[in-house]
Design a protein around this ligand. Structure first.
Ligand code: ADP
Ligand code: MG
Length: 285
């Protein structure tokens, strides 16, 4: 036997405790719009990771964003973005664009990348089978929605059929009006509703930093209480805020661990799940 083959066997044996620990457990993975917009290989590698998780007995659920992709199409259509107190105003036309991009493009791309490995992934939006009920956040923002309720039934049914649900975060209110929902918030709410073992955010930075400009200030592990204090002290800005808030919500609701990692790092998910040291930031109750 070659040394190379022996090293491969070692890798598998080292992964064994993690495979046993996460057997049958639900892991919700939020794949950020910024992580997706990397190289094409990134999506293929992400798909491999998800399929590997599923192949060793985990039950992954993918929730994805697509902010940059929505912005790109708006620009191509010559539509001026409009902001109200830092948040994108979503008029009826913008909502149509967001829905087309998220459900018709980003969701399809992820589903196809996974299904290269077999008939595994099923794409759905929060509108399907009443998964995400939404309500308007504020009249000024138009069709920006908050999660009102999660009806996890459809996701559980897909998981029980050994499928991998891939969720685009458009929700609908009781009258059928659609809303664009922040994917970080939706991922946290979904993880809480299903009682996930882990919630993982794949983004474009290696984890939470005490100082956003200083890579040396990475926070490796943090308790929910410590994290709430850092939030109150204003350590996090912009796109990190809904992630942090959702991590806190999810661990308070019983999700064991929430993680924030750099989705552009090849096989970030595998490094987090199958190695003792993990990567990125881990939030625990
Ligand atoms: P995604 O597409 O994954 O949702 P976002 O751009 O919305 O990505 O959120 C990630 C960004 O949050 C980072 O690129 C970073 O600029 C920003 N951020 C703000 N404060 C912090 C912090 N304290 N630590 C790490 N990132 C931070
Ligand atoms: Mg974001």
């Amino acid at each position: 036997m070659t040394e190379d083959a022996a090293a491969k066997a070692d890798v598998l044996v080292d992964a064994l405790p993690y495979i046993r620990r996460f057997w049958g457990k639900v892991v919700v993975v939020k794949y950020g719009g910024n992580a997706i917009s990397g190289e094409d290989d990134d999506l293929a590698r992400f798909a491999q990771d998800v399929v590997l998780m599923r192949s060793v007995g985990m039950r992954p659920v993918v929730v994805h964003g697509g902010g940059p992709q929505i912005g790109d199409l708006m620009q191509r259509l010559g539509k001026e973005p409009e902001f109200h107190e830092g948040l994108r105003v979503t008029d009826a036309e913008t909502l149509d664009i967001a829905r087309m991009v998220l459900v018709g493009k980003v969701n399809r791309d992820i589903v196809s990348a996974i299904n290269v490995h077999g008939p595994l992934a099923v794409g759905l939006s929060g509108e399907d089978a009443g998964l995400i009920t939404a309500s308007a956040r504020s009249p000024e923002l138009g069709f920006v929605g908050d999660v009102e309720n999660i009806n996890i039934g459809i996701v559980e049914r897909l998981l029980s059929q050994e499928l991998i649900p891939v969720v685009a975060t458009i929700g609908a209110d009781v009258l059928g009006q659609s809303y664009n929902i922040n994917a970080d918030t939706a991922a946290g709410a979904l993880a809480a509703a299903i009682g996930a073992e882990k919630l993982v955010y794949l983004t474009n930075i290696e984890g939470l930093r005490r100082d956003v400009d200083d890579p040396e200030s990475l926070i490796r592990t943090v308790s929910a209480d410590e994290l709430a204090k850092l939030v109150a002290e204003g350590y996090f800005e912009g796109g990190m805020l809904p992630k942090v808030a959702s991590c806190l919500m999810a661990v308070h609701a019983g999700v064991h661990q929430a993680h924030i990692l750099d989705g552009r790092l090849p096989h970030a998910l595998l490094l987090e799940i199958f190695t003792p040291e993990g990567i990125g930031t881990m939030v625990t109750a």
